[in-house]
Write a protein that binds this ligand. Structure first.
Ligand code: ADE
Length: 387
Protein backbone atom coordinates (compact mmCIF):
# COMPACT_ATOMS: atom_id res chain seq x y z
CA UNK A 1 0.00 0.00 0.00
CA UNK A 2 1.29 3.46 -0.85
CA UNK A 3 1.83 6.28 1.62
CA UNK A 4 -1.08 7.15 3.83
CA UNK A 5 -3.88 5.58 1.75
CA UNK A 6 -5.86 3.34 4.01
CA UNK A 7 -8.48 0.87 2.93
CA UNK A 8 -11.62 1.52 4.97
CA UNK A 9 -15.09 0.10 5.12
CA UNK A 10 -17.66 2.86 5.21
CA UNK A 11 -20.99 2.47 6.97
CA UNK A 12 -22.65 1.01 3.87
CA UNK A 13 -20.17 -1.79 3.81
CA UNK A 14 -18.45 -0.65 0.59
CA UNK A 15 -14.74 -0.89 0.32
CA UNK A 16 -13.24 2.47 -0.63
CA UNK A 17 -10.10 4.54 -0.55
CA UNK A 18 -10.09 6.98 2.29
CA UNK A 19 -9.59 10.26 0.47
CA UNK A 20 -9.98 12.37 3.60
CA UNK A 21 -6.81 14.24 2.78
CA UNK A 22 -8.21 15.25 -0.67
CA UNK A 23 -11.60 16.17 0.73
CA UNK A 24 -11.95 19.70 2.04
CA UNK A 25 -15.11 18.69 3.90
CA UNK A 26 -16.53 22.11 3.17
CA UNK A 27 -20.24 21.53 3.15
CA UNK A 28 -21.09 25.16 3.77
CA UNK A 29 -24.10 26.01 1.55
CA UNK A 30 -22.81 29.40 0.44
CA UNK A 31 -19.46 27.95 -0.61
CA UNK A 32 -21.12 25.02 -2.42
CA UNK A 33 -23.51 27.37 -4.18
CA UNK A 34 -20.67 29.61 -5.35
CA UNK A 35 -18.64 26.63 -6.60
CA UNK A 36 -21.59 25.22 -8.52
CA UNK A 37 -22.48 28.53 -10.21
CA UNK A 38 -18.85 29.08 -11.21
CA UNK A 39 -18.82 25.64 -12.79
CA UNK A 40 -22.19 26.28 -14.51
CA UNK A 41 -20.99 29.58 -15.96
CA UNK A 42 -18.13 27.74 -17.62
CA UNK A 43 -20.00 24.58 -18.64
CA UNK A 44 -23.68 25.36 -19.25
CA UNK A 45 -25.13 23.72 -22.33
CA UNK A 46 -26.67 25.96 -24.94
CA UNK A 47 -30.19 24.48 -24.84
CA UNK A 48 -33.04 25.71 -27.04
CA UNK A 49 -35.00 27.20 -24.13
CA UNK A 50 -32.07 28.98 -22.53
CA UNK A 51 -31.13 32.61 -23.13
CA UNK A 52 -27.66 34.10 -22.88
CA UNK A 53 -26.53 34.51 -19.25
CA UNK A 54 -28.26 37.43 -17.60
CA UNK A 55 -30.98 37.75 -20.27
CA UNK A 56 -34.52 37.51 -18.86
CA UNK A 57 -36.53 34.44 -19.84
CA UNK A 58 -40.02 34.42 -21.36
CA UNK A 59 -42.29 32.63 -18.80
CA UNK A 60 -44.24 30.95 -21.64
CA UNK A 61 -41.08 29.35 -23.00
CA UNK A 62 -39.88 28.34 -19.56
CA UNK A 63 -43.24 26.77 -18.76
CA UNK A 64 -43.43 24.98 -22.12
CA UNK A 65 -39.94 23.51 -21.75
CA UNK A 66 -40.42 22.48 -18.13
CA UNK A 67 -43.68 20.65 -18.89
CA UNK A 68 -42.02 18.84 -21.78
CA UNK A 69 -38.99 17.99 -19.64
CA UNK A 70 -41.14 16.24 -17.03
CA UNK A 71 -40.05 12.59 -17.28
CA UNK A 72 -38.36 13.22 -20.64
CA UNK A 73 -34.74 13.85 -21.57
CA UNK A 74 -33.33 17.01 -23.12
CA UNK A 75 -32.47 15.34 -26.48
CA UNK A 76 -36.01 14.04 -26.97
CA UNK A 77 -37.65 17.32 -25.93
CA UNK A 78 -35.66 19.75 -28.10
CA UNK A 79 -37.36 19.11 -31.51
CA UNK A 80 -40.81 19.11 -29.90
CA UNK A 81 -40.09 22.35 -28.07
CA UNK A 82 -38.98 24.03 -31.30
CA UNK A 83 -42.01 22.73 -33.20
CA UNK A 84 -44.43 24.00 -30.54
CA UNK A 85 -42.76 27.38 -30.42
CA UNK A 86 -42.96 27.71 -34.19
CA UNK A 87 -46.64 26.67 -34.31
CA UNK A 88 -47.71 28.53 -31.16
CA UNK A 89 -45.23 31.27 -30.25
CA UNK A 90 -47.17 32.55 -27.23
CA UNK A 91 -49.74 31.39 -24.71
CA UNK A 92 -52.72 33.00 -26.51
CA UNK A 93 -51.83 31.19 -29.75
CA UNK A 94 -51.55 27.87 -27.94
CA UNK A 95 -54.78 28.50 -26.04
CA UNK A 96 -56.68 28.94 -29.30
CA UNK A 97 -55.10 25.91 -30.98
CA UNK A 98 -57.16 22.99 -32.11
CA UNK A 99 -56.96 20.14 -29.53
CA UNK A 100 -56.16 17.56 -32.19
CA UNK A 101 -53.39 19.68 -33.71
CA UNK A 102 -51.72 19.89 -30.30
CA UNK A 103 -52.09 16.15 -29.68
CA UNK A 104 -50.62 15.42 -33.11
CA UNK A 105 -47.66 17.74 -32.45
CA UNK A 106 -47.15 16.01 -29.09
CA UNK A 107 -47.40 12.46 -30.48
CA UNK A 108 -44.29 10.45 -29.64
CA UNK A 109 -43.34 12.49 -26.57
CA UNK A 110 -45.43 10.20 -24.33
CA UNK A 111 -47.34 10.78 -21.10
CA UNK A 112 -50.22 12.29 -23.04
CA UNK A 113 -51.98 13.68 -19.98
CA UNK A 114 -49.22 16.29 -20.08
CA UNK A 115 -50.41 17.53 -23.48
CA UNK A 116 -54.02 17.77 -22.34
CA UNK A 117 -52.98 19.64 -19.20
CA UNK A 118 -50.69 21.86 -21.27
CA UNK A 119 -53.70 23.01 -23.29
CA UNK A 120 -55.89 23.38 -20.21
CA UNK A 121 -53.20 25.46 -18.54
CA UNK A 122 -52.65 27.63 -21.64
CA UNK A 123 -56.39 28.32 -21.83
CA UNK A 124 -56.60 29.18 -18.15
CA UNK A 125 -53.64 31.56 -18.36
CA UNK A 126 -54.86 33.10 -21.62
CA UNK A 127 -58.52 33.52 -20.70
CA UNK A 128 -58.50 33.99 -16.94
CA UNK A 129 -55.11 35.59 -16.33
CA UNK A 130 -54.84 37.75 -19.42
CA UNK A 131 -51.91 35.68 -20.68
CA UNK A 132 -49.77 36.37 -17.61
CA UNK A 133 -48.31 33.38 -15.77
CA UNK A 134 -48.39 33.63 -11.95
CA UNK A 135 -44.96 34.63 -10.66
CA UNK A 136 -44.99 32.59 -7.44
CA UNK A 137 -44.48 28.90 -6.74
CA UNK A 138 -47.93 28.68 -5.09
CA UNK A 139 -49.65 30.43 -8.00
CA UNK A 140 -47.98 28.16 -10.54
CA UNK A 141 -48.77 25.05 -8.52
CA UNK A 142 -52.48 25.85 -8.79
CA UNK A 143 -52.38 25.51 -12.60
CA UNK A 144 -53.11 22.24 -14.46
CA UNK A 145 -50.08 20.05 -15.15
CA UNK A 146 -47.70 21.95 -12.89
CA UNK A 147 -46.46 19.87 -9.95
CA UNK A 148 -44.10 20.90 -7.14
CA UNK A 149 -40.94 20.37 -9.20
CA UNK A 150 -42.11 22.34 -12.24
CA UNK A 151 -43.60 25.11 -10.07
CA UNK A 152 -40.28 25.57 -8.30
CA UNK A 153 -38.29 25.40 -11.54
CA UNK A 154 -40.53 27.94 -13.35
CA UNK A 155 -40.68 30.27 -10.34
CA UNK A 156 -36.89 30.25 -10.08
CA UNK A 157 -36.00 30.35 -13.79
CA UNK A 158 -38.69 32.68 -15.13
CA UNK A 159 -39.26 34.90 -12.09
CA UNK A 160 -36.07 34.75 -10.04
CA UNK A 161 -37.90 33.33 -7.02
CA UNK A 162 -35.96 31.49 -4.34
CA UNK A 163 -37.28 27.95 -4.82
CA UNK A 164 -35.87 24.43 -4.57
CA UNK A 165 -36.52 22.43 -7.75
CA UNK A 166 -35.93 18.85 -6.68
CA UNK A 167 -36.32 16.03 -9.19
CA UNK A 168 -34.71 12.59 -9.30
CA UNK A 169 -31.43 14.00 -10.64
CA UNK A 170 -31.14 16.53 -7.86
CA UNK A 171 -31.97 13.92 -5.21
CA UNK A 172 -29.15 11.79 -6.58
CA UNK A 173 -26.66 14.68 -6.52
CA UNK A 174 -27.45 15.65 -2.93
CA UNK A 175 -27.66 12.05 -1.71
CA UNK A 176 -24.10 11.61 -2.98
CA UNK A 177 -22.89 14.96 -1.70
CA UNK A 178 -24.08 14.30 1.83
CA UNK A 179 -23.91 10.48 1.78
CA UNK A 180 -27.63 10.15 2.52
CA UNK A 181 -28.36 6.53 3.13
CA UNK A 182 -32.06 6.19 2.39
CA UNK A 183 -33.87 5.50 -0.90
CA UNK A 184 -34.81 8.55 -3.05
CA UNK A 185 -38.53 8.38 -2.24
CA UNK A 186 -37.67 8.99 1.43
CA UNK A 187 -35.26 11.85 0.75
CA UNK A 188 -37.38 14.49 -1.01
CA UNK A 189 -38.02 16.66 2.08
CA UNK A 190 -34.45 16.49 3.36
CA UNK A 191 -32.98 17.22 -0.06
CA UNK A 192 -35.49 20.05 -0.59
CA UNK A 193 -34.35 21.73 2.63
CA UNK A 194 -30.67 21.22 1.77
CA UNK A 195 -31.13 22.69 -1.72
CA UNK A 196 -33.18 25.60 -0.39
CA UNK A 197 -30.30 26.39 1.96
CA UNK A 198 -27.99 26.69 -1.06
CA UNK A 199 -30.23 28.73 -3.41
CA UNK A 200 -28.57 32.12 -3.75
CA UNK A 201 -30.75 35.23 -3.58
CA UNK A 202 -29.14 36.70 -6.67
CA UNK A 203 -29.37 33.79 -9.15
CA UNK A 204 -32.03 31.24 -8.13
CA UNK A 205 -32.86 30.28 -11.73
CA UNK A 206 -29.25 29.67 -12.68
CA UNK A 207 -28.78 27.67 -9.50
CA UNK A 208 -31.81 25.46 -10.34
CA UNK A 209 -30.47 24.81 -13.84
CA UNK A 210 -26.94 24.30 -12.51
CA UNK A 211 -28.20 21.50 -10.20
CA UNK A 212 -30.03 19.84 -13.11
CA UNK A 213 -26.97 20.27 -15.32
CA UNK A 214 -24.65 18.72 -12.77
CA UNK A 215 -26.99 15.72 -12.42
CA UNK A 216 -27.38 15.29 -16.18
CA UNK A 217 -23.78 15.72 -17.30
CA UNK A 218 -21.44 14.97 -14.38
CA UNK A 219 -23.16 13.30 -11.45
CA UNK A 220 -24.82 10.78 -13.78
CA UNK A 221 -26.70 7.80 -12.39
CA UNK A 222 -24.17 5.44 -13.95
CA UNK A 223 -20.55 6.27 -14.53
CA UNK A 224 -20.39 9.63 -12.72
CA UNK A 225 -17.50 11.89 -13.78
CA UNK A 226 -16.31 12.77 -10.28
CA UNK A 227 -12.93 13.97 -11.51
CA UNK A 228 -14.53 17.04 -13.14
CA UNK A 229 -17.12 17.73 -10.44
CA UNK A 230 -17.01 21.14 -8.74
CA UNK A 231 -18.20 19.50 -5.52
CA UNK A 232 -15.72 16.61 -5.47
CA UNK A 233 -13.80 17.89 -2.48
CA UNK A 234 -16.96 18.14 -0.40
CA UNK A 235 -18.66 15.01 -1.67
CA UNK A 236 -19.20 11.99 0.51
CA UNK A 237 -19.77 9.58 -2.39
CA UNK A 238 -16.94 11.12 -4.41
CA UNK A 239 -14.55 10.12 -1.65
CA UNK A 240 -15.51 6.48 -2.02
CA UNK A 241 -14.49 4.05 -4.74
CA UNK A 242 -18.13 3.49 -5.65
CA UNK A 243 -19.94 6.86 -5.90
CA UNK A 244 -22.65 5.35 -8.09
CA UNK A 245 -23.85 3.36 -5.08
CA UNK A 246 -25.72 6.47 -3.90
CA UNK A 247 -28.60 6.94 -3.68
CA UNK A 248 -29.33 3.56 -2.19
CA UNK A 249 -31.94 1.67 -4.14
CA UNK A 250 -35.19 0.46 -2.67
CA UNK A 251 -35.85 -3.16 -3.50
CA UNK A 252 -37.37 -3.24 -6.99
CA UNK A 253 -40.88 -4.54 -7.35
CA UNK A 254 -41.03 -6.21 -10.76
CA UNK A 255 -43.45 -4.69 -13.27
CA UNK A 256 -46.53 -6.84 -13.77
CA UNK A 257 -47.38 -8.19 -17.23
CA UNK A 258 -50.76 -7.43 -18.76
CA UNK A 259 -52.26 -8.98 -21.84
CA UNK A 260 -55.11 -8.20 -24.17
CA UNK A 261 -56.32 -8.07 -27.76
CA UNK A 262 -56.45 -5.22 -30.24
CA UNK A 263 -58.76 -5.14 -33.25
CA UNK A 264 -57.78 -3.87 -36.68
CA UNK A 265 -61.05 -3.47 -38.57
CA UNK A 266 -61.24 -2.38 -42.20
CA UNK A 267 -64.36 -1.26 -44.00
CA UNK A 268 -65.45 -2.73 -47.30
CA UNK A 269 -64.22 -0.73 -50.25
CA UNK A 270 -60.95 0.13 -48.52
CA UNK A 271 -62.58 3.15 -46.91
CA UNK A 272 -60.47 3.03 -43.84
CA UNK A 273 -59.68 1.52 -40.50
CA UNK A 274 -61.67 1.89 -37.30
CA UNK A 275 -60.27 4.10 -34.55
CA UNK A 276 -61.96 4.90 -31.25
CA UNK A 277 -61.31 7.67 -28.79
CA UNK A 278 -60.33 6.11 -25.49
CA UNK A 279 -62.22 7.13 -22.31
CA UNK A 280 -61.01 10.49 -20.95
CA UNK A 281 -59.63 9.17 -17.66
CA UNK A 282 -56.84 6.66 -17.14
CA UNK A 283 -53.91 5.49 -19.23
CA UNK A 284 -53.90 7.01 -22.76
CA UNK A 285 -57.08 8.81 -21.68
CA UNK A 286 -58.72 10.73 -24.52
CA UNK A 287 -56.24 9.42 -27.11
CA UNK A 288 -57.25 7.80 -30.38
CA UNK A 289 -56.48 4.11 -30.75
CA UNK A 290 -57.64 0.87 -32.28
CA UNK A 291 -60.38 -0.85 -30.26
CA UNK A 292 -59.01 -3.21 -27.63
CA UNK A 293 -60.19 -5.51 -24.88
CA UNK A 294 -59.33 -4.66 -21.28
CA UNK A 295 -55.66 -5.21 -20.48
CA UNK A 296 -55.65 -7.87 -17.86
CA UNK A 297 -53.11 -9.48 -15.57
CA UNK A 298 -55.23 -12.65 -15.54
CA UNK A 299 -53.42 -15.71 -16.78
CA UNK A 300 -54.98 -17.20 -19.86
CA UNK A 301 -55.79 -14.06 -21.82
CA UNK A 302 -54.30 -13.88 -25.27
CA UNK A 303 -52.74 -17.32 -25.01
CA UNK A 304 -55.14 -18.94 -27.48
CA UNK A 305 -56.27 -17.70 -30.87
CA UNK A 306 -59.84 -18.88 -30.38
CA UNK A 307 -60.06 -16.55 -27.41
CA UNK A 308 -59.00 -13.62 -29.63
CA UNK A 309 -61.64 -14.56 -32.20
CA UNK A 310 -64.33 -14.87 -29.54
CA UNK A 311 -63.46 -11.50 -27.96
CA UNK A 312 -63.33 -9.82 -31.38
CA UNK A 313 -66.90 -10.92 -32.21
CA UNK A 314 -68.04 -9.97 -28.73
CA UNK A 315 -66.46 -6.49 -28.83
CA UNK A 316 -67.43 -5.64 -32.43
CA UNK A 317 -70.39 -7.86 -33.37
CA UNK A 318 -70.99 -6.00 -36.65
CA UNK A 319 -67.59 -7.00 -38.01
CA UNK A 320 -66.56 -10.40 -39.29
CA UNK A 321 -63.95 -12.31 -41.27
CA UNK A 322 -61.78 -12.34 -38.15
CA UNK A 323 -58.25 -13.58 -38.43
CA UNK A 324 -55.56 -13.60 -35.74
CA UNK A 325 -52.22 -12.16 -36.88
CA UNK A 326 -49.05 -13.92 -35.93
CA UNK A 327 -47.17 -10.96 -34.52
CA UNK A 328 -47.58 -9.83 -30.93
CA UNK A 329 -47.32 -6.19 -29.86
CA UNK A 330 -45.05 -5.62 -26.90
CA UNK A 331 -44.93 -2.31 -25.10
CA UNK A 332 -43.72 -1.23 -21.68
CA UNK A 333 -45.53 1.50 -19.77
CA UNK A 334 -44.25 3.06 -16.56
CA UNK A 335 -45.99 0.53 -14.35
CA UNK A 336 -46.45 -2.60 -16.44
CA UNK A 337 -45.46 -4.57 -19.52
CA UNK A 338 -48.18 -5.06 -22.11
CA UNK A 339 -48.56 -7.77 -24.72
CA UNK A 340 -51.35 -7.50 -27.29
CA UNK A 341 -52.51 -10.02 -29.83
CA UNK A 342 -53.87 -8.49 -33.05
CA UNK A 343 -57.11 -9.65 -34.65
CA UNK A 344 -57.93 -8.37 -38.09
CA UNK A 345 -61.51 -8.12 -39.35
CA UNK A 346 -63.84 -6.48 -41.83
CA UNK A 347 -66.89 -4.29 -41.27
CA UNK A 348 -69.41 -5.53 -43.80
CA UNK A 349 -72.62 -3.55 -43.30
CA UNK A 350 -73.50 0.12 -43.20
CA UNK A 351 -71.97 2.33 -40.50
CA UNK A 352 -73.96 4.27 -37.95
CA UNK A 353 -71.91 6.70 -35.84
CA UNK A 354 -73.52 5.51 -32.60
CA UNK A 355 -72.65 1.87 -33.22
CA UNK A 356 -69.16 2.12 -31.75
CA UNK A 357 -69.00 4.99 -29.24
CA UNK A 358 -66.21 7.41 -30.13
CA UNK A 359 -65.45 5.42 -33.29
CA UNK A 360 -64.66 6.66 -36.77
CA UNK A 361 -62.90 5.55 -39.96
CA UNK A 362 -59.49 6.69 -41.11
CA UNK A 363 -57.56 5.90 -44.27
CA UNK A 364 -53.93 4.78 -43.87
CA UNK A 365 -52.54 8.19 -44.89
CA UNK A 366 -54.87 9.90 -42.38
CA UNK A 367 -53.86 7.45 -39.69
CA UNK A 368 -50.27 8.59 -40.04
CA UNK A 369 -51.38 12.13 -39.19
CA UNK A 370 -53.33 11.08 -36.10
CA UNK A 371 -51.86 11.56 -32.65
CA UNK A 372 -51.56 7.85 -32.05
CA UNK A 373 -49.78 6.80 -28.86
CA UNK A 374 -46.66 4.68 -29.37
CA UNK A 375 -48.34 1.36 -28.58
CA UNK A 376 -50.96 2.06 -31.28
CA UNK A 377 -48.26 3.02 -33.76
CA UNK A 378 -46.79 -0.43 -33.20
CA UNK A 379 -50.19 -1.98 -34.00
CA UNK A 380 -50.39 0.13 -37.15
CA UNK A 381 -46.92 -1.01 -38.24
CA UNK A 382 -47.72 -4.69 -37.67
CA UNK A 383 -51.08 -4.55 -39.46
CA UNK A 384 -49.56 -2.71 -42.43
CA UNK A 385 -46.78 -5.29 -42.71
CA UNK A 386 -49.13 -8.22 -42.58
CA UNK A 387 -51.74 -6.62 -44.80
N1 ADE B 1 -34.66 19.31 -16.89
C1 ADE B 1 -35.73 19.92 -16.38
N2 ADE B 1 -35.64 21.25 -16.55
C2 ADE B 1 -34.48 21.48 -17.21
C3 ADE B 1 -33.83 22.64 -17.69
N3 ADE B 1 -34.39 23.84 -17.52
N4 ADE B 1 -32.66 22.49 -18.31
C4 ADE B 1 -32.12 21.27 -18.47
N5 ADE B 1 -32.69 20.15 -18.04
C5 ADE B 1 -33.86 20.25 -17.43
Amino acid sequence: MVGSDIIVFNFSGFCGLNMASAKSNNTNPTVLSRQLLKWFDANRRDLAWRTAPGVARDPYRVWLSEVMLQQTQVVSVTPYYLKFLKNWPNVHKLASADDDAVMVAWAGLGYYARARNLLKCARQVSLELDGVFPDSEAGLLALPGIGPYSAAAIAAIAFGRKAAAVDGNVVRVVARLDGLDRPPAKLKAKVGARVMGMVPKARPGDFAEACMELGATVCRARNPACDICPWLKSCHAGASATPEMWPVRSPKTPKPHRKGWVFWVERDGGEGVLLVRRPPKGLLGGMMGFPTTEWSTQAGTQSRNDEGLRLASQTLPKAGDWQVLEARIKHTFTHFHLELGVVRGRWAGAWRADEVPGGDWYRANELEKQALPSVMRKVFAVAQKQG
